[in-house]
Design a protein around this ligand. Structure first.
Ligand code: ADP
Ligand code: ZN
Length: 522
């Protein structure tokens, strides 16, 4: 049966949007026909409406399983503001409050009830569910069921019971994690074997991806903004609050309507800056990653990163705030070896377990890999999300200015053997001194002037050697050991290079990025 008319009516009159984004309509129809759905959609794509609208149109109250208490609360508040009868049950409530919500539910006064996964399968809850057949089950962040993933939640495994207990209630599982293995795991573990799959592409064809080496970051940013975005709204992301404040002040001095945004500012200031960004023309928000959640401004013309994001997911999400209106937009980033070292340091000082840190390390390496690819960035980005793009896109810096490469095999061998012969205890500057044959105190003290690698690398200057080391780190031949002040260590894969079994093609860094202007026609 086709439910288009009633779904559209709800979209317009309850949520105030004129039209569906593909494939929201089809997903809604699937649930309204009491069939199951598995939805893979990038963050910000509009997953929530896919179950919120059927929740309003089907008999009974919909149950939404969500792992994050804070998000649950936000969603419920947003719905209540639209006049939707929504509530949540989780550990943040007092028993009395929880009873009151259960009573509302029993009395038929709720359309949507958000529930923490550990609560759903408790005897008390199951008794209620048996009395009050739900309109549907929505399982948000469904990748939490995957044991291999980052966000595995034991409680999600129990959700497979829903199918046996309530076979007639349609289910929808949603996630932004796209890889094929996770997808299959979700379908298997949640017993969604009959579900229709909806895969929304991660491609944002109107965004031009550009990544350059950090040289003089402020100068580079200024040139980018002056040449291409004089009159545009955009976001500049920085890693620290301090850098946000400094950059915003500096951009304001350069004549831009720039405003800072980070969690250290008073709530009123943040709200005010956000409001001005949304309402005024050509406001540049300089922000930490605290900015962006739930911001839906269609005409953001650029997103600039002055610091390297920690993961490809973060990069994708942050750059994805540009060009929601479908018109051309730029995702611009500058990075350098120091970014890697800073991020590693932050990671090392974080509270996580060893496994967590190792996983984060891999994710950071993937981000670095994206920076250093010599081929189409969009193909690399989509490949990360398990999506295959047939041809180079023509709308990224690699496609627009063919990347010059050089055979860096010999240089890589020299660099790696310098690391090896100095005992994997030194940072990049000392290693360059060894390679270039600098006779300074540190070299003499360590007897490094007697090494066979001493002075073998005079053909390259220290800037070129930095580039070699940066790329060797990015490709995982070397790792940075933060417990030993940034000492470079060999990774297993370095062996093949040292033995001459692997050829290493390196990116030719521009002489100086200020000398090279990338002019882009619209
Ligand atoms: P996700 O859960 O996929 O990250 P959300 O459901 O939070 O995405 O939606 C992201 C934003 O897009 C929200 O601000 C939402 O209101 C908006 N949105 C969703 N669907 C539509 C639509 N059809 N038209 C306009 N805006 C929409
Ligand atoms: Zn490309």
């Amino acid at each position: 049966m086709d439910h288009t008319a009633e779904a559209l009516d709800t979209l317009q009159h309850v949520f105030g949007y004129p039209a569906f984004r593909p494939p929201q309509q089809e997903i809604i129809n699937t649930l309204l026909n009491a069939e199951d759905a598995l939805v893979i959609m990038p963050t910000g794509g509009g997953k929530s409406l896919c179950y919120q609208i059927p929740a309003l149109l089907r008999e009974g109250c919909a149950i939404v399983v969500s792992p994050l208490i804070a998000l649950m609360q936000d969603q419920v508040e947003a719905l209540q503001q639209l006049g939707v009868r929504a509530a949540f049950l989780n550990s943040s409530l007092t028993p009395e409050d929880a009873r009151a919500i259960e009573q509302d539910w029993l009395d038929g006064r709720l359309d949507l009830l958000y529930v923490a996964p550990e609560r759903l399968l408790q005897a008390r809850m199951l008794r209620l569910l048996n009395q009050l057949t739900p309109a549907l089950f929505a399982i948000d962040e469904a990748h939490c069921v995957s044991q291999w993933g980052h966000d595995f939640r034991e409680d999600y495994l129990g959700l497979s019971e829903l199918h046996q207990r309530f076979p007639e209630v349609p289910r929808i599982a949603l996630t932004a994690t796209a890889d094929a293995r996770t997808r299959q795991e979700i379908a298997e573990r949640l017993k969604l074997t009959e579900a229709r799959h909806f895969l929304v592409s991660f491609d944002r064809p109107n965004i031009c991806y550009r990544i350059a080496l950090k040289d003089n970051p402020r100068g580079q940013l200024l040139r980018f903004l002056r040449d291409e975005h004089r009159e545009d709204a955009g976001i500049v992301y920085c890693l620290s609050r301090k850098r946000v404040d400094e950059t915003a002040r500096w951009l304001a001095e350069q004549g831009f309507n720039a405003l800072p945004y980070h969690a250290g500012l008073p709530a009123e200031t943040r709200a005010e800056h956000q409001r001005r960004f949304l309402r005024e023309d050509a406001v540049v928000i300089v922000a930490t990653i605290a900015f962006g959640m739930g911001i839906d401004k269609p005409d953001v013309r650029f997103v600039a990163h002055l610091d390297l994001p920690k993961t490809v997911e973060a990069y994708y999400q942050e750059t994805g705030r540009a060009g929601r209106d479908g018109l051309t937009a730029n995702a611009w980033l500058v990075y350098g070896l120091q970014d890697v070292i800073t991020l590693r340091q932050m990671l090392d000082q974080s509270q996580g377990s060893e496994v967590f840190k190792r996983e984060e390390q891999h994710r950071l390496n993937a981000m670095l890999g994206l920076c250093e690819v010599t081929t189409c960035r969009r193909q690399a980005l989509l490949a990360y999300f398990d999506e295959h793009l047939e041809n180079p896109c023509g709308n990224c810096d690699s496609c627009q200015n063919a990347v010059a490469t050089w055979d860096g095999t010999e240089a890589a061998q020299m660099a790696l053997s310098a690391v090896y012969r100095t005992g994997q205890r030194f940072g990049v500057n000392h290693l360059i001194d060894v390679l270039r044959g600098a006779e300074n105190d540190k070299i003499i003290q360590n007897d490094h002037h007697r090494l066979p690698t001493f002075g073998v690398g005079k053909a390259l200057d220290s800037r070129q050697w930095k580039s070699v080391f940066r790329q060797l780190v990015a490709r995982g031949y070397l790792s940075v050991d933060m417990t030993r002040f940034g000492a470079l260590c060999l990774q297993e894969s370095a062996r093949g290079v040292l033995r001459g079994e692997v050829e290493v093609q390196l990116r030719q860094d521009p002489k100086s990025s200020s000398a090279k202007r990338t002019t882009k026609s619209a």
